[in-house]
Design a protein around this ligand. Structure first.
Ligand SMILES: [Zn+2]
Length: 117
């Protein structure tokens, strides 16, 4: 039998930041009853139906999403890895809070994987 390895489910979800104070109901954006929109939350849109929008809670966003810069020019402007004193080119930005090079990103994925059931 082969060993289990980590695979990333790659499904792009277009999102923009929630702006504190904006009226989501007036824009037809669904908010789950248990959520109170806050800074750091995101507004997601169905790429196949622009009218289908919903609020994504900050904690859920940070836990489940990473920015997708594959094939995006933005990858050129990520700067350097912010893990320790590593100065390699960053390849990925995680929830706007850190940028990592390929090596540290893979290490981060491995550490995250250990926490999973
Ligand atoms: Zn690094």
């Amino acid at each position: 039998m082969g060993d289990f390895k980590n695979y990333i489910k790659h499904v792009a979800q277009p999102m923009r930041p929630y702006m504190p104070g904006e009226d989501l109901e007036a824009q037809g954006i669904s908010v789950w009853d248990g959520d109170v929109p806050e800074e750091g939350g995101m507004i997601a849109v169905n790429p196949k139906n622009e009218d289908d929008k919903w609020y994504v809670a900050k904690a859920f966003f940070e836990e489940n999403y990473v920015a997708d810069f594959l094939g995006d020019d933005a990858s050129d402007s990520l700067g350097v890895c912010d893990s320790g004193d590593c100065n390699r080119d960053a390849v990925i930005e995680l929830s706007d809070v850190r940028t990592l090079c390929q090596k540290h990103y893979e290490r981060w994925l491995g550490e995250e994987g250990k926490d999973e059931r």
